[in-house]
Design a protein. Structure first.
Length: 498
């Protein structure tokens, strides 16, 4: 059966690791908070949008919500009012007002509409009070959650039971529909990914007073349904197995058996029987003797109050590049050749200094930062940039790049040749995508590249501007083609370096 083991760490090593981690966290915002994402499940796909919490009210970006379920054909915006043309409907909003009008019909929301940093936001009950009248689709939303089901979407659900075993505990999860499961160990917890089918849990968190299992929590804030199991102690083994055609998941949390002396096995003697054949694969390659996987760091530009560019439909640069980074991450993980780290998760906005601390402590083999902007008419278009100092004295000449200690402010200078090689292979592979124009790599004073101690490039997709539609940039087909091209380019680059 699939097995994941937490091994005990020597006290001195543990203290050293804890000190290093603590040092990073001083400069780095918590990355486990995922309450700033809201998942829309549609009949053919799912989409994640940022959510803004004001008091106890969740607010969603109006134009992006409408473009998920239809198409905004025009807007007229004034300082405190907004008119939106959506299909055959005309919507009228006023800032700080609970009332809105759809054609001649008036609706009242639980909280007022807001204009936040140039972006119109509506409370989450807009989904249930207004959206059904606009789309004629069923909208299913459970108050307090961060997911909504639109149209003919039937989510799966599950029940949970905990039973005691001789040397551990067994969780039995009964699903209403068949699921596929893959597992990973992260931060002292076990994560069970439940496939692509939407899931609506009866409860978000299950707490247990058990010596082996502390908590089982459901999470899908990145659009991927998963269960996160927290053990009550360390150094336990985890054996997850699917049964009954994928509708039952048995997850055993056990004490590891004491080491037994090796005994010769007589010919014909069978190994220990397995009652259930495992049906789970690891998300990451199983640990094998040899060097660790090379680290690739993906940086989604902007975030938080820094929204970046904006499309005609209201799509923000920070959200588009976050979607693209998610696709690239999944594709690279699927190669089982890299360890992937992200500089931001959700709608955070780490500073340049926070990003460079995270990057350089991880010692990556490649750093990719993603942006989107106005690249002119036509599209989709992709531009690739390496670092070029803004003046001849920044960074200093090659002599300043020798020695054991090099300031981070000039560290990229010693990687410029390899960064250009990386940009060239990326341009070649991205240029092979049908309908995409990939421009010749150029140098630019990209601030986030300056302090990266690794081959580093900026990838910009476009055009994203108030005068252009961003529809072509948001399709899953385009984003997956970009992700696949980047994965192939990294393989080409690694081959050239070896």
């Amino acid at each position: 059966m699939a097995k994941t083991t937490f091994r005990c760490v020597r006290p001195r090593l543990f203290l050293a690791l804890a000190f290093a981690l603590g040092s990073v966290l001083v400069f780095w915002p918590a990355r486990t908070v995922r309450s700033d994402d809201f998942v829309f499940y549609l009949p053919s796909a799912h989409q994640v949008l940022p959510v803004e919490l004001v008091g106890n009210t969740k607010y969603l970006p109006l134009l992006q919500v409408l473009n998920l379920v239809g198409k905004v054909t025009g807007i007229q915006e004034k300082r405190s009012s907004l008119q939106v043309y959506f299909g055959k409907s005309q919507l009228e909003f006023r800032a700080d007002n609970k009332r809105l009008r759809v054609n001649r019909e008036q609706f009242t929301l639980s909280d007022p509409v807001r204009n936040s940093n140039g972006q119109w936001m509506v409370p989450v009950d807009f989904l249930t009070r207004v959206l059904p009248a606009l789309t004629r689709n069923t909208v299913t939303y459970q108050a307090g959650t961060s997911r909504v089901f639109i149209g003919d979407v039937q989510p799966s659900s599950f029940t949970v039971r905990l039973d005691q075993l001789t040397n551990g505990a067994r969780l039995t999860l009964q699903f209403s529909d068949k699921v596929t499961v893959r597992t990973a160990a992260k931060n002292g917890m076990w994560v069970m990914f439940l496939g692509e089918r939407p899931v609506q849990p009866l409860e978000q968190t299950f707490q247990f007073h058990d010596p082996y299992v502390r908590e089982l929590r459901f999470d899908d804030q990145d659009g991927v349904p998963k269960l996160i199991l927290t053990p009550s102690q360390g150094c336990l083994d985890f054996y997850p197995v699917l049964a009954e055609c994928g509708k039952v998941l048995l997850a055993d949390v056990l004490k590891p058996p004491p080491p037994a002396p090796e005994q010769a096995r007589t010919p014909g003697q069978a190994t220990a029987p397995q009652e259930l054949a495992p049906a789970i694969t690891e998300e990451f390659p199983a640990a094998q003797p040899g060097p660790p996987l090379p680290v690739v760091i993906l940086d989604a530009g902007h975030g938080g109050n820094d929204a970046g560019a904006r499309s005609r439909e209201g799509l923000l640069e920070k959200d588009l590049v976050a979607q693209l980074v998610s696709r690239v991450r999944t594709t690279l993980l699927g190669t089982k050749k890299y360890r992937i780290l992200l500089t931001r998760v959700g709608d955070a906005n780490p500073t340049f200094e926070q990003r460079e601390v995270a990057v350089n402590l991880a010692r990556p083999v490649v750093f990719l930062t993603f942006h989107a902007g106005n690249l002119g008419p036509g599209g989709p278009r992709i531009a690739i940039f390496t670092y070029r100092p803004s003046s001849p004295v920044d960074p200093p000449g090659p002599g300043a790049l020798k020695g054991a200690f090099i300031p981070w402010a000039i560290i990229q200078g010693r990687h410029l040749a390899r960064s250009r090689q990386l940009a060239e292979v990326l341009e070649q592979r991205l240029g092979e995508i049908s309908g995409v124009s990939a421009e010749t790599p150029q140098g630019a004073p990209v601030r986030v590249l300056r302090s990266v101690d690794a081959p580093a490039v900026a990838i910009e997709v476009g055009s994203l501007s108030p005068d252009a539609s961003a529809d072509a940039l948001t399709t899953p087909e385009f984003q997956q083609q970009v992700a696949a091209a980047i994965a192939q380019a990294l393989e080409d680059f690694q081959t050239k370096q070896s």
